[in-house]
Design a protein around this ligand. Structure first.
Ligand SMILES: Cc1cc2nc3c(=O)[nH]c(=O)nc-3n(C[C@H](O)[C@H](O)[C@H](O)COP(=O)(O)OP(=O)(O)OC[C@H]3O[C@@H](n4cnc5c(N)ncnc54)[C@H](O)[C@@H]3O)c2cc1C
Length: 342
């Protein structure tokens, strides 16, 4: 089939219990920008049961929402979802198909790509489109030391998964109008039944936290994470970690920040005893405000930090904790003036 028969950008709207995952609104923001650039439409595909956020997808930029509303789609079943999406893509022929690089997107995307005999660029951190409608897919490569730009001019649709929290959410505009098209799910018996869903009972994801206090190999032992936790608790934030202390099982993998962990974008990121490797920076450099605490003034983290403290974390953090506690009752906790700007 000739590539000129493919038109428009399509976004997979991930949902759970009817609530659309925020990565969808980030994909719609980028999808709208690219669709406008090539003068084509933005489509969205939503699968589930009893969903109410269809209008929101239109308010966030979709021209058309394809809705598969069926009790069999209530729980994520990768084979059912794949079947519906493959049918839809074969019918509608979008030029570009985007999914979030979430657990669901990472499981669904490659299966859809394989069934459509097209390629997929996983974990993109940036996207653009050229005048010919070729998707420019940018993602870290060679352990994060280079940013690769990938084009797939001969494949249609061009598929990519995109990391959560690397793109701006689409602006909500309630005056936008679009079309919701109900589709019938042609579900085959996949012999997979979802009997029960159990929510993970850990400390939860750090991805949505506004404040993250992270510890790295500057910590001497696992128990010392207690200091990081105490600062995070006082600031009502979450605990993050560099990979080595996750690999050493000092803390769960859901806390890892970086290339092979989570991408985060908090209002405040405090890196304690973290050198600032390219792989760690890849996961946190878009934070609004970065504070680094490191004994070594030449640590690369200081190049990214808005404030740098060349200090021993074992001396500075207890002082910070004491100062915050002393100021309790005041609205904000401030860092003492002994800061050293790098
Ligand atoms: C494919 C691949 C993927 C990777 N993915 C990730 C990832 O997702 N996330 C990630 O973090 N890493 C990742 N890495 C590992 C990465 O390359 C680094 O090894 C890692 O980020 C280093 O962690 P760190 O900064 O905690 O440790 P180090 O680099 O050892 O730095 C420790 C820092 O602590 C400072 N320090 C020591 N003692 C103190 C003290 N008392 N007070 C203050 N500062 C002190 C030191 O000066 C030093 O700068 C990946 C690597 C590869 C190859």
């Amino acid at each position: 089939m000739s590539s000129s028969e493919y038109e428009g950008v399509m976004v997979f709207a991930q949902q759970k219990d009817g609530k659309v995952h925020p990565v969808t609104y980030e994909l719609l923001g980028k999808g709208r920008e690219m669709a406008d650039k090539i003068g084509e439409s933005l489509f969205c595909v939503l699968l589930g049961s009893g969903m109410e956020e269809v209008d929101e997808l239109i308010y966030h930029g979709a021209d058309r929402v394809f809705l598969y509303d069926d009790p069999s789609l209530q729980e994520f079943n990768v084979l059912h979802y794949k079947k519906c999406i493959v049918d839809l893509v074969e019918e509608e022929k979008p030029k570009i198909f985007l999914l979030g690089a979430t657990t669901i997107g990472r499981s669904l995307g490659p299966r859809v790509a394989a069934a459509l005999r097209t390629g997929l660029t996983a974990d993109c951190t940036s996207l653009d489109v050229d005048e010919e409608g070729n998707l420019i897919q940018i993602r870290p490569a060679f352990s994060g030391s280079v940013m690769a730009t990938i084009k797939t001019p001969k494949s249609r649709p061009q598929m990519a998964t995109v990391r959560y929290r690397v793109m701006e959410e689409a602006k909500r505009d309630t005056s936008r109008r679009g079309e919701a098209i109900k589709k019938r799910a042609r579900i085959e018996d996949t012999r997979i039944r979802v009997l029960e869903r159990k929510e993970f009972e850990g400390e939860g994801s750090i991805v949505d936290a506004d404040i993250i206090v992270s510890g790295g190999r500057g910590l001497k032992k696992a128990e010392d994470l207690r200091i990081i936790r105490e600062v995070a608790d006082l600031l009502k934030g979450a605990v993050g970690a560099s990979r080595p202390i996750v690999d050493d099982r000092w803390i769960g993998r859901q806390h890892q920040v970086g290339l092979s962990g989570n991408t985060v974008r908090p209002k405040l990121y405090i890196a304690c005893g973290i050198s600032g490797s390219v792989q760690h920076l890849a996961g946190m450099r878009n934070s609004n405000f970065i504070i680094a605490i490191n004994k070594d003034p030449s640590a690369p983290i200081f190049k990214e930090a808005h404030y740098g403290f060349v200090e021993d974390l074992y001396e500075l953090l207890p002082e910070l904790i004491a100062e915050i506690k002393r100021r309790r009752g005041m609205k904000t906790a401030c860092i003492t003036e002994r800061s050293m700007r790098i």
